[in-house]
Design a binder for this molecule. Structure first.
Ligand code: DGL
Length: 275
């Protein structure tokens, strides 16, 4: 099948189905932005928690997992558009997926370009250890940082903290200070280059200070999805379906399902494809 990234050629309707993919709950920050524009379509959220955290996974393993899972669900659920709501995956899997699928595949990459237009001093990139090491990220910095210095901070602990917060756990301010310490006082704009981080944006802002502008890609992704699906906005639409699937039993499942219910999702359904 041929890759396609332009308009799918139909108006978005109540039958439209979007698949949102991440390693964990981070993609919900992207879902939130898309849903705000397109509440009436159907959302299927898949998280590969069996291989979480993606920020510490081998390249080849990541590419083959995302490929297998996304292709499986696209076919099974007759999906119209895929959002890889994960920077760590998007920075390496998009060419493979687009070559296989005939529907649009939208990826999320760190918002270096918009950040460089906003920064006066220096840009911070807070992402997973894999994303800060990716060649793709370094190309983005070279092409778009407008020669502004870019401070890199890769942290899996911050990803875990976002998972914990969504399950209702209290985050430790002292620990956050410790994790973000290398960035403190050095930048005036910080890119949240992992989709988990908008879920703890307030906490990050408290540590870095209100003088630091935090930027993420969520809204831009939502605009892109809307553009690809067509512009029709229904007045007072009914909400579509919201279903969520995991690849392993999630930890603190009760707390997770409670939070997901508030986001409009039915309880997590476990589907293991690995055996
Ligand atoms: N949410 C992901 C991202 O945007 C990955 C987090 C992880 O599994 O390490 O990069």
């Amino acid at each position: 099948m041929i890759a396609q990234s332009n308009n799918v050629g139909y108006q978005v309707s109540q039958q439209t189905k979007i698949l949102i993919f991440d390693s964990g709950v981070g993609g919900l920050s992207v879902f939130r932005e898309i849903e705000a524009k397109l509440p009436h379509i159907n959302y299927f959220y898949i998280f590969d928690n069996a291989a979480y955290p993606y920020g510490e996974l081998e390249h080849d393993t990541l590419i083959s997992r995302v490929d297998k899972l996304v292709c499986h669900y696209v076919q099974k659920l007759a999906i119209d558009l895929v959002v890889i709501a994960c920077n760590t995956a998007s920075t390496i899997v998009l060419p493979t997926l687009r070559a296989k699928l005939s529907i649009p595949v939208v990826g999320v990459v760190p918002a270096i370009k918009p950040a460089s237009n906003l920064a006066n001093k220096a840009i911070g990139l807070i992402a997973t250890p894999a994303t800060v090491a990716r060649e793709y990220t370094h190309e983005l910095i070279k092409d778009f940082s407008n020669a502004k210095p870019v401070e890199l901070l890769g942290s899996t602990r911050l990803v875990d903290m976002a998972e914990e917060k969504l399950r209702g756990q209290q985050l430790s301010q002292a620990e956050l200070h410790q994790v973000l310490e290398p960035m403190t006082g050095k930048v005036d704009v910080a890119v949240l280059g992992c989709t988990h981080f908008p879920l703890i944006k307030e906490e990050i802002q408290n540590v870095l200070g209100t003088q630091v502008l935090l930027v993420d890609s969520g809204e831009a992704i939502a605009r892109r999805v809307q553009e690809l699906l067509g512009q029709e906005i229904l007045a007072n639409p009914d909400k579509g379906q919201r279903k969520i699937f995991s690849t392993a039993p999630p930890y603190a499942e009760g707390a997770l399902n409670k939070a997901l219910q508030e986001w409009g999702f039915s309880p997590v359904q476990l589907e293991i494809l690995d055996r």
